[in-house]
Design a protein around this ligand. Structure first.
Ligand SMILES: [Zn+2]
Length: 495
């Protein structure tokens, strides 16, 4: 008996020493850094068996996130043993391989950057690959056999091994820094992830026993790595304490320089990571980076935990409320003062929204197809419309509760609901129902219909907190503090 106990203990020790332990996975990918090849590329290899009909069907998104023709990034594709036929179906984002039934195959392909020259913010979601580094979203790196994810709600066990032929630089992904990663994820969480290698610099800090990683590269012209690292630290601290999230886990952030003559910052927030991009020129400021980091980080909760029922239809919430909270949390944490806060709402939201030629587009017309096919045209519309509406109802909730409650409480209710019921999806009905716990106004529903669904301008004449008034400039309502007691006004806005 005694010897059996020892055997078990010894074998546990043996297992924990032989890291990483190979777990049974639904699929195992090897990604190889081939940056020194004549065409720099990242090569992906995996084994997969055909089904009883002799088919292997792979999914690889050709048109997504405003990008088109991602199939152009596939440099070489081969499969052994040789199949009977391979079809690349761009329209349905599928690759169909016809071969013998139930036969194991090795599939190999290379991902390359499909344009010449330096990366531009406009192309930030396309693979960025040159002789010194790569930055690729999970959805642009991995072809997934259809059977690996049975549905949008089923998770797959995936093993990823990194093989660096160049023996230079680092490897990092949304799933951490190990060169062997075992993950169990939804398709969406594999898609919404990043993978980087090459000449990145990696920094980390510990927050509540979790490790937060920051990877960046290039020679920044207007700031130091440490400036952004500091912003990341502050943002993690303030947002985790706002949401009081019981979930543990590491977090990773990538920052890549892009090269345009104007200023552009952008990013995308995922479940346990986000990607960020900024023009490497003197037009980019730390204030813009602070907004960006607050915005992208918030998506961990708004968009990735509180899930939209229908993506673009609820962008007024997942983008608009996210932007409202990006600024509100910056105010609450003294990253913006009162004047800067009101100023940024005027300049970044109200003025461009009133001048936007598509500002009255009804929400129902902003379908996935319409929005993403005309991204340049609609881009910020749901952000601004949603932010102004969030500002409007936040003030109403405060006034009606004599400042004992605010929109913060409603957001925390939504987070708690989403945390306890994984099947819950955010939609207009859920929102109105939750809001009616906070507002008794009979026009709650008609306000929502007018201001969000129909896209009318909000009547702020009766919707501003005491201490702010409106000054019209060419029919655009500009917010102005009109009180002696600015400290009191700031306290109200922070509530
Ligand atoms: Zn966003």
């Amino acid at each position: 008996m005694k010897s059996l106990v020892y055997t078990i203990i010894l074998s546990i020790i043996a297992v924990s020493c032989s890291t990483p332990k190979k777990l049974p996975a639904d699929i195992e990918y090897t990604i190889q850094n081939n940056l020194k090849d004549s065409i720099p590329n990242v090569q992906v290899t995996f084994d997969y068996s055909s089904d009883s009909n002799g088919l292997i069907i792979l999914r690889y998104e050709n048109d997504s996130w405003g990008d088109h023709d991602i199939f152009n990034c596939i440099n070489r594709f081969d499969i052994t043993p040789k199949p009977k036929n391979i079809e690349f179906l761009r329209d349905s984002s599928r690759i169909i391989i016809k071969t013998s039934p139930n036969m194991n195959h090795t599939l190999r392909y290379q991902i390359v950057q499909d344009y010449d020259g330096l990366p531009m913010n406009q192309k930030r979601y396309r693979p960025m690959i040159d002789a010194t580094y790569f930055h690729i979203l999970g959805m642009r790196l991995f072809m997934t056999p259809e059977a690996v994810f049975e549905s949008d709600t089923s998770k797959a066990k995936i093993r990823i091994d990194y093989d660096d032929k160049t023996r230079e630089g680092i490897f990092h992904s949304s799933f951490g820094k190990n060169t062997s990663q075992n993950i169990e994820v939804l398709r969406e969480d594999l898609y919404a992830s990043f993978f980087v290698g090459g000449d990145f610099r990696r920094y980390s800090f510990t927050h509540d026993q979790d490790t937060v990683y920051f990877v960046t590269r290039g020679k920044w012209k207007t700031f130091q790595d440490q400036d952004i690292f500091k912003i990341l630290k502050e943002t993690i601290g303030s947002q985790r304490s706002f949401w009081n999230d019981p979930r543990k886990g590491n977090f990773s952030v990538s920052l890549v320089p892009t090269y345009e003559n104007w200023y552009s910052v952008g990013g995308s927030g995922f479940s346990s990571s986000f990607v960020s991009f900024a023009s490497n020129n003197d037009k980019v400021t730390l204030a813009q980076m602070q907004w960006l980091y607050n915005h992208e980080m918030l998506h961990k909760w708004i968009g990735r935990t509180i899930l939209n029922e229908n993506e673009v239809e609820q962008y007024w919430f997942s983008e608009g409320f996210t932007d409202y909270y990006a600024y509100k949390l910056m105010l609450k944490n003294d990253r913006l003062n009162l004047t800067e806060y009101i100023d940024v709402i005027n300049k970044e939201v109200i003025v461009p929204h009133y001048l936007d030629p598509v500002n009255s587009t009804p929400n129902a017309e902003l379908t996935f197809e319409e929005y993403w096919s005309n991204y340049a045209k609609y881009m910020k519309l749901p952000y601004r419309r949603g932010l102004l509406y969030a500002f409007y109802i936040d003030n109403q909730i405060k006034e009606q509760s004599q400042y004992s409650r605010s929109l913060d409480d409603l957001m925390l209710d939504l987070f708690s609901m989403a945390l306890h019921d994984k099947n819950i999806r955010f939609n207009q009905t859920l929102f109105i129902k939750t809001l009616s716990d906070y507002l008794t106004a009979s026009d709650l529903k008609s306000d929502f219909e007018q201001y969000i669904l129909e896209g009318k301008f909000i009547d702020f004449e009766n919707g501003l907190p005491n201490g702010i008034s409106i000054e019209y400039q060419e029919n655009i309502p500009i917010f102005k503090p009109d009180t002696e007691d600015l400290i009191e006004l700031e306290k109200k806005l922070k509530r």
